[in-house]
Design a protein around this ligand. Structure first.
Ligand code: FCB
Length: 494
């Protein structure tokens, strides 16, 4: 490695430490929630106010819940499933908080029918889940694994039988280890493997799937997996990171074209992470722009024909090293809709010692703001900012494909009184309505998540569900926030 490369490498590495944690969240005006103790619901009045406001979203508005294969399924070694990078990563000591693993998770593998039923009972009309690549292919990565395929067909049939819509995420981070052994996303060969995976999904699940998300949060799984090493596969290598960025983008565009041919009636989208980035002081705005390019723009603009945002983040100019002739055109793809996932705000202060970014994150704990249990700021207005950004890009069909909050919920006398989570949803739905009334084509909202689940490197202690999981029995207990949603979605407004 020459000196330039070294500076580059150490720079990206230290900068990546800024974004090492995968966590979330926000603050706000918090309205006082009263409970009717006999049935756990927020008061009629509270709900009534919400309903009037929320009715501005229209009758066609889509309400759903979301989860992801590795976070819920468990059953990691059954029905000829291959090992995934998350199986490997969570076996290594120190990678996951409290040494948790996803071997059981919420046992969705066996209990999906119960969770789909709950989704319906709580009043949601859409169920979003992901396909585990490791379940549907055999070791050569081309031959199908009928047992895995059949499992997902059963889920899809159950969703349909419940009268719900199925929105399928094709890739939500659990790459087969066999591919990682060849470099994973940093090896250009993955484009062909991914196309085969997508083809299998289209052939077998296309009939039941209402919409596709090709991947979930590409900015997160590339940076956390290959740069900061905080997620699987745990690499800290800026060169592997940059290669991965480009190969992920090419894979997405190729997959989009394939789905278009295979499932011409079905809408094709992507789920983006978005963190509103603010400068601590006006003079820090350039640093904030660099961080914004890294977190929020990198995986949006190439598909729009705008290229990688290397004007605002010059370190990305190195991506050119990995482009082959014709790649710039191959990157272009028109999504039918876009999913945005908003959890928290990032505040950046200037810091000349952090190469390439010239800025560092000012943690929420130093800013005296409301946080979730992972100490991420709760900042509802960020959802509005996020939606305005995607409107400005020109997207005509936008959904919030994930939004939610984690706390360390406890069961007391059989109940989970999570009023802070209700406040979270209320304040974020307010921002949704605000965006809608200002002309954003926002058409849906998915709660993350139906149940508590395995929160990647954070394990099980921070809970995102509106339904509590007792991990010792796998019993599902509806939290107060779950009842709040049920009341909102199933009782008519007066
Ligand atoms: C999102 C991920 C999802 C979950 C939530 C809390 O970034 O897409 O899997 O971890 O955060």
């Amino acid at each position: 490695m020459n000196r330039k490369e070294f500076i580059f490498k150490s720079g990206i590495r230290s900068a990546s430490l800024l974004f090492a944690t995968h966590t979330h969240f926000l603050s706000s005006k918090i309205s006082k929630i009263n409970k009717r103790s006999q049935n756990n619901w927020a008061t009629d009045l509270e709900i009534q106010i919400d309903k009037l406001r929320i009715s501005q979203l229209g009758n066609e508005f889509i309400w759903g819940v979301a989860n992801a294969a590795f976070q819920v399924e468990g059953a990691t070694k059954v029905d000829n499933k291959l090992t995934s990078i998350w199986d490997d990563f969570s076996q290594k000591k120190g990678n996951i908080k409290n040494g948790d693993t996803a071997e059981q998770a919420t046992d969705f593998y066996h209990r999906y029918a119960e969770d789909i039923k709950l989704t319906k009972e709580l009043g949601f009309s859409h169920f979003r889940f992901s396909i585990s690549w490791s379940r549907v292919v055999s070791e050569d990565l081309y031959t199908e694994n009928p047992l895995g395929i059949n499992y997902y067909i059963q889920i899809l049939k159950e969703i349909k039988a419940a009268g719900l819509n199925a929105w399928v995420t094709i890739y939500h981070w659990d790459l087969p280890s066999i591919i990682e052994k060849q470099g994973g996303w940093s090896n250009r060969r993955i484009i062909e493997y991914f196309k085969r995976f997508v083809e299998i999904c289209a052939n077998h699940f296309g009939e039941y799937t209402d919409r596709w998300f090709i991947v979930n949060e590409p900015a997160a799984f590339t940076a956390l997996g290959y740069l900061s090493g905080y997620h699987a596969p745990g690499k800290k290598n800026p060169f592997a990171y940059l290669k991965s960025v480009h190969h992920v983008c090419l894979s997405i565009a190729e997959a989009g074209r394939l789905l278009r041919i295979k499932c011409p009636q079905k809408k094709i989208g992507i789920a983006y992470s978005y963190s509103v980035v603010h400068a601590e002081e006006p003079s820090d705005s350039k640093a904030a722009n660099r961080v914004d390019a890294f977190l929020n723009r990198l995986f949006v603009e190439p598909f729009l024909g705008l290229g990688y945002p290397d004007q605002d983040l010059p370190a990305l100019k190195r991506l050119k090293n990995y482009l082959e002739p014709g790649d710039e055109d191959r990157l272009k793809f028109n999504f039918d809709f876009v999913g945005v996932q908003y959890y928290f705000r990032v505040v950046v202060g200037r810091s000349s010692w952090v190469p390439f970014f010239g800025g560092r994150e000012i943690p929420a704990s130093k800013r005296n703001v409301a946080t979730n249990s992972m100490l991420r700021e709760i900042y509802p207005e960020g959802l509005y900012n996020c939606l305005m950004r995607f409107k400005d890009y020109g997207f005509e069909d936008i959904v919030v494909s994930e939004n939610g909050v984690c706390y360390r919920d406890e069961v007391k006398e059989g109940q989970i009184l999570d009023s802070k989570r209700i406040e979270f949803f209320q304040s974020h739905l307010d921002q949704l309505v605000r965006a809608k009334t200002e002309g954003v084509p926002i058409n849906g909202y998915f709660v993350w998540s139906l149940t508590d689940n395995f929160e990647w490197s954070e394990g099980y202690s921070d809970r995102f569900g509106i339904v509590y999981i007792d991990y010792s029995t796998q019993k599902r207990i509806i939290k107060n926030s779950g009842y709040w949603w049920q009341n909102l979605l199933t009782t008519p407004s007066r």
